[in-house]
Design a binder for this molecule. Structure first.
Ligand SMILES: [Zn+2]
Length: 680
């Protein structure tokens, strides 16, 4: 039943943003941390059996209390930054990090969870509680808690060294990127470059105290330069510098070389994995993921590659033909590919995102989004007025389900402004759980950076921005529609890393459906829906070089994964990437290309033996969506199935089991291939 009391209770849990005093934050966080740590020790000291209620429920209470105090600070630091807040954030952050680390290294806590896992009572716990305990024991083990003291010391020394190496790797890439530039005072060499890039290049030169134009290897400069520069020698020079960054090749050969760092990182990851009982780092990485095995991941990537390859070869042949006939480029070189592709795209497929904007005013898109998820899941979303937030543009909404029950609340913060970090994301404000006083309702932050309304004109979105909004809302629904009552596995918590993008990528599909576009579009002056001809072109552009793009991602993923599976002390990294390219790529780069020396995802970020996750999640999302294609894209019964099987279940069950619940079988790649136009 629709109960106003339920909403009042939930609203009372929201943080008081305007009353948040940055100066008081570090002391407040320190007090909670100290109090929690005392409480955890007391709990472990207590005599009596270590039951769910005596240990897990109490630990979750402690952690939830800290999360709820920290979440608004973390959030404001991202969306309403100022000096006082940043100082408070930086002072309190180490307390939060150390609190988490200490918990993972707490032997007595680990013993309590392990005892529960092995106790006869375990079987009588709910599925969610069982999963919380399983995950905890797993994570204690992956953190090295089972090791004797010498091995534990080695384990943490490796972790620290790996962190350092990752930072050095990134620093080298950054230094190499900054060290090189290309300068000219001859405007004729810049023919073809768009005005925005010319302005940037002139500004670069001005900042360096030089006349003319200066091109750098920063992506906003390098990317468009490679796409638009008609001067082939310039493209070749840029490419040569970019693809040899931080290596023993190219114009800065040996200066910032990441070669030794890569070798040391691979060796240490391998040792770390073996210390805690895995054959290699790939197996260690998979311990927390949905993909079943290393062989499974490699088979998955090879199958996708083999099936995409004929299409990619045709696409590349089309590109070669076009380059020869239209651009007088007889032999396509590595530095011609982006340029020729962009020319072909514009000739044959282009639709300007700018031309689409008038059809997607933000208020219309938001109403359309709510209508789409309303039809799919039977939920009803309404604005709640008078809520304290951090900015006048921020709105608060509540979600009711088909039975009129409150399911969650969210803050919607759509527009770019000073002090707000770029990009779009969903973050947790409050996680759903059962407390002594009832259900604590989930609350999400949904953040975008769209152009704000100007004068009387509403914010107008590109189609890409509409997709971004759907993507983040998919994460939001995963967080808010959960019915799990244990925070560590509610919503996106406890969901395998390679499955967490399923709901977000899944929801994007409706941005490509005519019926949904009719709900989402309406010209801001005339109200006219997106014209059919523009929609057709949008669909055609989506399929442009889909095979080539697919293979490129598979090349990265297979290289990353094989490197970590096949590691041995004499491994030749260049040999592995050469092998992968021979197997997968439709076009081989020059032998001196050292892409891997700036592959920050796997050497400077968190994607080691996990880059395949991008494709994995895409397959899950497309395959889940295919049921809607078969049974109706607005089929409410299928929507309800998706909601109950995936969204409501969160991390309480293994991701593969949930996929089976919805699809009745293992994920299959056909739907992704078909939607990408790669199925013959
Ligand atoms: Zn995402």
């Amino acid at each position: 039943m629709n109960s106003p009391a339920e909403l009042t209770t939930a609203l009372a849990t929201l943080p008081a943003f305007s009353a948040l005093d940055p100066a008081a934050v570090p002391a407040k966080i320190a007090a909670i941390v100290a109090d929690n740590e005392r409480g955890i020790e007391q709990m472990l000291d207590a005599s009596g059996p270590k039951t769910w209620d005596a240990v897990c429920a109490r630990l979750d209470n402690f952690n939830d209390r800290l999360n709820r105090a920290w979440s608004p600070v973390r959030h404001l630091h991202s969306v309403a930054d100022n000096d006082a807040l940043r100082a408070a954030y930086n002072e309190a952050l180490p307390l939060i990090v150390n609190y988490g680390t200490a918990q993972m290294q707490n032997d007595r806590l680990c013993a309590a969870y392990r005892a529960l896992l092995e106790s006869p009572d375990f079987a009588s716990l709910s599925a969610a509680r069982q999963q919380v305990i399983r995950h905890a024991v797993r994570d204690f083990r992956l953190g090295g808690i089972e090791l004797d003291s010498a091995a534990r010391e080695r384990f943490s020394a490796i972790q620290q060294r790996l962190n350092q190496l990752g930072t050095h790797f990134g620093d080298h890439v950054l230094d190499a990127t900054r060290a090189w530039h290309w300068h000219t005072e001859d405007a004729s060499r810049l023919t073809g470059l768009p005005d925005s890039l010319l302005r940037l290049a002139a500004q670069n030169a001005g900042q360096a105290g030089r006349p003319g134009w200066l091109l750098t290897l920063d992506l906003p400069c390098y990317g468009p330069a490679m796409m638009y520069a008609e001067d082939r020698a310039l493209r070749a020079e840029l490419y040569g510098a970019y693809c040899t960054r931080a290596s023993e090749q190219g114009p800065d050969a040996g200066k910032f070389d990441n070669g030794a760092l890569i070798g040391e990182m691979l060796a240490l990851r391998h040792e770390l994995a073996q210390l805690v009982g895995f054959a290699n780092f790939a197996d260690y990485s998979l311990a927390t993921k949905m993909a079943p095995s290393a062989a499974g991941v490699i088979g998955f990537l090879r199958d996708l590659a083999a099936r995409s390859r004929p299409h990619a070869q045709r696409e590349f042949a089309e590109l070669q033909r076009y380059a020869r006939d239209q651009l007088a480029l007889d032999a396509l070189e590595a530095w011609d590919v982006a340029y020729a592709s962009e020319r072909l795209r514009q000739d044959a497929y282009a639709v300007s995102q700018e031309a689409l904007r008038p059809y997607f005013p933000a208020p219309r898109v938001i109403a359309g989004l709510f209508a789409v998820v309303g039809r799919l899941f039977g939920i009803e979303i309404a604005k709640v007025n008078g809520i304290d937030t951090w900015h006048v543009d921020v709105e608060v909404f509540r979600i009711h389900d088909a039975e009129g029950r409150l399911r969650g609340l969210f803050y919607l913060d759509l527009f770019a402004r000073p002090g707000k970090r770029g990009g779009a994301w969903m973050d947790e404000c409050i996680v759903r759980r059962r407390t002594a006083s009832g259900i604590q309702q989930p609350v999400a932050y949904l953040t975008c950076n769209f152009t704000p309304p100007v004068g009387g004109r509403p914010s107008l979105l590109t189609h890409e921005e509409v997709i971004t909004l759907f993507h983040e809302f998919g994460h939001g629904l995963h967080h808010m529609l959960t019915l799990v009552e244990e925070a560590p596995v509610a919503g996106i918590n406890g969901v395998a890393w390679d499955a967490v993008e399923l709901p977000s990528q899944f929801l994007e599909n409706w941005c490509w459906e005519r019926e949904a576009i009719d709900l989402l579009s309406g010209h801001h002056e005339t109200g006219e829906r997106l014209p059919g001809i523009m929609f057709e072109r949008l669909l055609a552009a989506k399929g442009f070089q889909a095979g080539v793009k697919m293979l490129r991602q598979i090349e990265f993923a297979l290289f990353d994964f094989r490197l970590h599976v096949e590691y041995h002390p004499q491994i030749d990294v260049q040999q592995v990437i050469d092998d992968v390219r021979r197997e997968v790529a439709v076009f081989l780069p020059p032998a001196w290309n050292r892409f891997q020396h700036s592959f920050s995802h796997i050497f400077g970020g968190g994607y080691a033996a996990g880059y395949y996750s991008y494709k994995w999640a895409e397959v899950l999302a497309a395959d889940a969506y295919a049921r809607f294609e078969d049974e109706g894209v607005f089929n409410r019964a299928v929507g309800t199935d998706f909601m109950t099987a995936i969204l409501e279940a969160g991390g309480a069950y293994a991701a593969m089991a949930l996929f089976h619940r919805f699809r009745g079988r293992d994920p299959q790649p056909e739907a992704l291939l078909r939607r990408s136009g790669l199925l013959s």
